[in-house]
Design a protein around this ligand. Structure first.
Ligand code: ATP
Length: 439
């Protein structure tokens, strides 16, 4: 696909996302706040489903990973120990003509300023991405604290608490979902680079010497998670980072890249091998023993850690783009979000064929019944064809139509979103039919 076509598709996706209530610009009525986006009713559901699928795969279905929910604010020493105060920086340059601020490593060599076209920049300086705020009620005794730029440190500082309270043995992981904040120099590309975002992070602790195998294992697991939830094979790949591109803590990082319409292949998720860097730093700075006693080997050591880390918004964007489909059906355009049913915000739409009281009563009963288990909508406005298209556009996998035959045979028509095939199903078997199809 040509670049201009990809940009056009992206514009359509952004517009659909707003029109149907997936994503709104943050603080829109005040002209917007740069690098922030709000999730609308459908976006909230999509994000919730992504988080649930991640939690299920990483925590619920496994015996070796435990959950955590740490605070956003940590003791300032945490960031000193982790190296973030010193190293969590991006190189910032400023255009001397128009004063635009640009991330130097995002500007191709010999480029001109993207705002004014001049080529006269200041020297690059380190810009720390952490948001500062203060703790305490008076100016004098206020202490500088930071909004966490990642959830990982909350896990490391609770490593011993989890180990002692849950009596776990290596290898084991601690997983956490929560907000992260980064004062990015430049934001953009919709949800791709923002300043406030939710993160899905796992710290998987292993015995030193086994980290390579664990790193390879998690790369496969995470790639398969995206593939199993419907990302097309040709749009996603694993990439090993070069040594010079590694973060300050990393002993090796793989990334899952997605083929973004606005930039081509780029990072969707990072899977870093962090060694014992973080635990060692926290042990040194806090003075608390964070070593693990290996009962089998009668040995004491600091575990190494593998960290798969992905932003909910970036995953959201990949699933949204990947599912977006334009088709022509009998000369008519149809836009469909072909979400995996597990991710689809609304699972079923219940539609009386026409506004007839007898049909409405049955449809509303079915609607109420299904709502016990799933997010379901009821829609009786406009023609049935238009209602089908409306539910296709938000990725609803099934439409249930109640027609006049339903009054006789106690059955309804189920229409499947992608194939548009229709099937008669008895009302008594409806829940079970959907349970199988949606799981
Ligand atoms: P970059 O080098 O592109 O700034 P990073 O390597 O610093 O990114 P990580 O620290 O590896 O990013 O973050 C882990 C994951 O969090 C990323 O793979 C991405 O999914 C998500 N993420 C990071 N920064 C942002 C952001 N500003 N907006 C949205 N998601 C983000």
């Amino acid at each position: 696909m040509a670049t201009s076509e990809k940009i056009q598709i992206m514009e359509k996706i952004v517009s659909l996302a707003k029109r149907r209530g997936f994503v709104f610009q943050g603080s829109e009525i005040y002209g917007g706040l740069n690098g922030t986006w709000d999730l609308g009713p459908l976006g909230t559901l999509l994000a919730k489903n992504i988080k649930e699928e991640w939690w299920k795969a990483i925590v619920q279905k496994r015996d070796d990973v435990l959950g955590l929910d740490s605070t956003i604010l940590h003791h300032p020493k945490v960031w000193e120990a982790s190296g973030h105060i010193k190293n969590f920086t991006d190189p910032l340059i400023e255009c001397k003509n128009c004063h635009s601020r640009i991330r130097a490593d995002h500007l191709p060599q010999d480029s001109k300023c993207l705002t004014c076209g001049k080529k006269d920049f200041t020297k690059a300086k380190d810009f720390n991405l952490m948001f500062k705020t203060s703790l305490g009620s008076t100016e004098e005794d206020a202490e500088v604290v930071y909004l966490r730029p990642e959830t990982a440190q909350g896990i490391f500082i609770n490593f011993d608490n989890v180990m002692q309270s849950s009596r776990v043995k290596l290898p084991f992981g601690i997983a956490q979902i929560g907000k992260g904040f980064r004062n990015e120099i430049t934001t953009g590309n919709f949800l791709f680079r923002v300043r406030e975002f939710e993160m899905l992070e796992l710290e998987y602790f292993v015995k030193p010497g086994t980290e390579k195998k664990a790193h390879e294992y998690w790369q496969k697991e995470r790639l398969n998670w995206f593939l199993n939830l419907g990302i097309k094979k040709e749009n996603i790949k694993l990439v090993q980072l070069l040594k010079e591109d590694l973060a300050h803590y990393s002993k090796g990082t793989a990334e899952i890249w997605y083929d973004w319409p606005f930039m081509g292949f780029g990072e969707l998720e990072g899977i870093a091998s962090r060694g014992d860097y973080d635990l060692k730093q926290h042990m040194k700075t806090s003075g608390k023993d964070l070593t693990y006693f290996d009962e089998d080997d009668k040995d004491k050591y600091l575990p190494y850690v593998i960290e798969p880390s992905v932003g909910v918004g970036r995953a959201f964007l990949a699933f949204l783009i990947d599912s977006y489909t334009e088709e022509e059906i009998k000369g008519e355009a149809r836009t469909v979000l072909k979400f995996n049913p597990k991710l689809a915000p609304i699972k079923v739409s219940v539609l009386p064929l026409v506004k007839d009281e007898k049909l409405q009563i049955i449809a509303k009963d079915i609607y109420k019944d299904l709502k016990e288990n799933w997010f379901v909508t009821y829609d009786e406005t406009s023609s049935i064809g238009r209602r089908y298209r409306r539910s296709d556009e938000i990725g609803t996998p099934f439409c249930i139509t109640v027609d006049f035959d339903s009054l006789e045979d106690n059955s309804v028509t189920i229409r499947e979103r992608d194939s548009m095939k229709q099937k008669r199903v008895s009302v008594t078997e409806l829940s079970e039919y959907l349970r199988v199809k949606l799981s």
